[in-house]
Design a binder for this molecule. Sequence first.
Ligand code: DAK
Length: 257
Amino acid sequence: MEFIKVNPQADKFIALIELNRPKELNALSRQLMIEIRDALRELDEDDNVRVIILTGGEKVFAAGADIKQMATATAIDMFNIDQFSTWDQIKKTKKPIIAAVSGFALGGGCELAMTCDMIMASETAKFGQPEIKIGTMPGAGGTQRLTRAVGKVTAMELVLTGKFISANEALGYGLVNRVVPVEVLMQETFNLAREIAKQSPVAIKLAKESVNNAFNSTLDEGLIFERKNFYLTFASEDQKEGMAAFVEKRVPEFKGK
Ligand code: DAK
């Protein structure tokens, strides 16, 4: 891996992916996105991983797709390069992914954070979809995920002006889970990951799938989907263990089975 660092056991059941292209402000080159895709595939299959944290480090999350790489591309070049396979893998990952965002999360960087399941932000985080300023528009879900997260008028303003918002504004709009001082961002992100990692991995994956399904279905369809996944948890050893532990007043030991 040239542009990311991966630690599959950064903590018990928690993997860490760190973007590592500091001179280019973690611009999301094609190679970097391929590395993220490959890392996520592996971590999703690793039984010792239950939660994945994705960060860009303290200075910057990611300043967007690599503009230098895209600048002279034709529409057909963009069409032929199957960039979406990398983005689709993030979406397909069954385990929860938490983005830890410090500094700029712009364009594809903001889209990358939004493709994750939760976003922890430092006070220095800045979010934006500035593609409009370079003559294009969001292409990796910005118009869709941002709109669902913050609502139409705010998404419209951000997408049409390209302006950046602060971490606290993002919190107000419901784009991020929490804003914390930069020095404790990773600590707080790991705390959140640990809370999730101690639950049943089977139930976590089914619950994640159900929440995400809310965006693709009517309420009635979503409720049916939820119900099926709820039933499915009763096929797991973890559900038996969780409920037995409650009755026996002890801490459950989930195995992901
Ligand atoms: N791409 C390539 N290089 C970048 C970059 C980027 N997005 N952002 C920064 N850099 C490079 C700069 O060129 C500079 O390199 P050198 O000149 O030193 O060689 C270095 O990083 C430091 O940047 P600055 O000197 O500009 O640093 P400042 O602190 O002055 O400014 C900034 C920071 C983040 C405000 C500024 O760099 C900036 O505005 N960057 C561009 C932000 C932006 O427009 N982002 C959106 C890009 S378009 C898709 C998937 C994704 C996308 C589209 C389609 N498909 C799957 C089809 C996404 C598109 C985008 O994200």
